[in-house]
Design a protein around this ligand. Sequence first.
Ligand code: ADP
Length: 212
Amino acid sequence: MSPIELNKRQDTILQIVKENGPITGEQIAERLNLTRATLRPDLAILTMAGFLDARPRVGYFYSGKKTMASVTESMMNLKVKDFQSVPVVVSENMMVYDAIVHMFLEDVGTLFVVDHRSHLQGVLSRKDLLRTSIGTQNLNQIPVHIIMTRMPNIVFCHKTDSLIVAAKKLIERQVDSLPVVNEKEDGFEIVGRITKTNITKAFISLAETHDL
Ligand code: ADP
């Protein structure tokens, strides 16, 4: 994913400089059978965008590094839908014991609780379940809706949101996971899950995209 769309000629120039740099504008023009003047706008764009560096009397060479502006731009382009995980949901009538088993089997840290229409009703975290386990003997008799964090107190996001917005919600509300929802007239359908792991993966992909 490149934050700036290069045209075909700019891509070719970049390739020439990568392989032959340092190389003068005149020499690049010769290889492309073009005049130096024709290439001037392309070289200016590539230099300003940080793909190329230019040294007087030496020529152009590949910088390998992208500018801070392009890092920022691609960060803003990261979307929830590109990094979200599959949500794991349980029914509001499931017993706490079964929810604990479910959490282990599905290998997640948060379960989303839904009603009979599959609409979001609550969230169950590891500590919600631990707290109940410490205080209660019979986990087979308590349904999860008794102990969950419920609507309207749930923090959520949408798949078209910027990942930064989701990350801010995770930090500001001090939670590990957000349901990604599709808002319907009569409730929220759960279409994904964003966790701190997803954010960390996005952070790594950003670094890889920019050769950081
Ligand atoms: P843990 O409790 O295991 O540290 P969290 O930090 O995610 O995990 O959860 C802290 C509390 O916040 C829990 O009571 C949980 O039910 C609630 N919670 C978790 N995620 C959300 C969310 N997206 N919106 C509202 N409350 C949440």
